[in-house]
Design a protein around this ligand. Structure first.
Ligand SMILES: *[C@@H]1O[C@H](CO)[C@@H](O)[C@H](O)[C@H]1NC(C)=O
Length: 331
């Protein structure tokens, strides 16, 4: 009986996945109306189903759910699909037409729907609001205001286009398998200091189009850090913030309010994007160690400083260890 209930629920969730996990651009193409009739029906139906059960915790047993679906082998594929990384186009579009937060959903919508959009306060399982496939959790465009409680097995979290404004210390607690956090296009203005620090598997932290003025403390395994289109200031980056990140390869900080190039960049770095900031100057040793005249940064092939007031011709001795000159103004 339990298995039967679980299978029915799974079918409903996969049906819901068809609309819930569409990338923003596609939904916009459809007019981006508030959830239409068909959509509400699916959610309501799901809500009724769940609320009629005495104890839905028994139905959604996440450890069994994971084994039942067994999408693990497909993970690399899931990561590479259109769900994985939003394109630049989608950012531009949503910048042009900023999303206005909908009015209080509980007022305009049936009560069950109100319950579904407030997962943490009402304790509904996350995999009813989001789509859980194997170790991936998709919560795109789900009106979330907080990070929902996540299954212990979560490796990939996508919660783009929501209204999350703050990341708390306990939000990712104990998620030792978490590899990728994608919170593009939210309203995140602060991240508690130890919210990300104890995530040993975290490789990709994807936070473009938020409101961060300062960087959080980062776990040392991080490989891709994307904080484009925020309000980062140089004073919000600790002087040694990147020194210990020996696996960091891609550092994307374009379109912020930085007035200097971050110091102590690790040798693992391959791309440093700083275009469209307010950088006017650099030190002789920003990239190259003047003491040690060796080619120490063969990896760092892609430095972008265009869109900054800096005159790169003024620092001829700053690039000797780089395989290529930075992109920017050399006149
Ligand atoms: C940039 O610096 C170079 C080298 O000092 C100088 O010749 C050039 O005029 C400067 N350009 C501007 C726009 O200040």
């Amino acid at each position: 009986m339990k298995l039967l209930a679980l299978l029915s629920l799974l079918a409903l969730m996969l049906q819901e996945a068809g609309t819930a996990s569409l990338p923003k651009t596609e939904r916009e193409r459809e007019g981006d109306q508030p959830r239409g009739e068909g959509d509400s029906y699916a959610v309501l139906h799901l809500g009724d189903y769940v609320l009629s059960l005495d104890n839905y915790d028994q139905v959604i047993d996440l450890s069994h759910y994971d084994e039942l679906t067994d999408y693990r082998d497909q993970l690399p594929k899931v990561k590479g699909t259109s769900l994985a990384s939003p394109t630049r186009t989608s950012f531009t579009q949503s910048t042009k037409a900023p999303r206005t937060p909908p009015s209080n959903p509980t007022m305009a919508r049936p009560r069950t729907l109100g319950l579904l959009v407030s997962p943490t306060s009402h304790g509904l399982p996350t995999c009813l609001i989001c789509v859980c496939l194997g170790s991936s959790v998709y919560c795109d465009d789900a009106d979330l205001e907080d990070i929902p409680p996540l299954p212990q097995t979560t490796a990939y979290l996508y919660a783009r286009f929501n209204r999350i404004s703050h990341i708390r210390a306990g939000d990712f607690k104990g998620l030792t398998k978490l590899k990728r956090i994608d919170l593009s296009s939210n309203f995140i203005s602060s991240i508690d200091d130890d919210a990300l620090l104890l995530l040993p598997a975290l490789q990709d932290l994807i936070l473009p189009e938020n409101k961060l003025a300062a960087l959080p403390v980062l776990p040392t395994g991080i490989e891709v850090l994307d904080i484009r289109l925020n309000q980062l200031r140089s004073s919000g980056i600790q002087p040694e913030a990147f020194r210990a990140l020996e696996k960091l390869q891609f550092l994307y900080l374009a379109d912020n309010l930085l007035d200097s190039i971050p110091r102590s960049l690790p040798l693992s770095l391959r791309s440093l994007h700083l275009q469209n900031n307010m950088i006017e100057t650099m030190q002789r040793d920003t990239f190259c160690d003047a003491e040690e005249h060796k080619h120490t940064r063969r990896q760092l092939e892609d430095i972008r400083l265009d869109g900054n007031p800096i005159n790169l011709s003024l620092f001829p001795s700053a690039y000797f260890c780089l395989p290529r000159l930075p992109t920017g103004r050399f006149t």
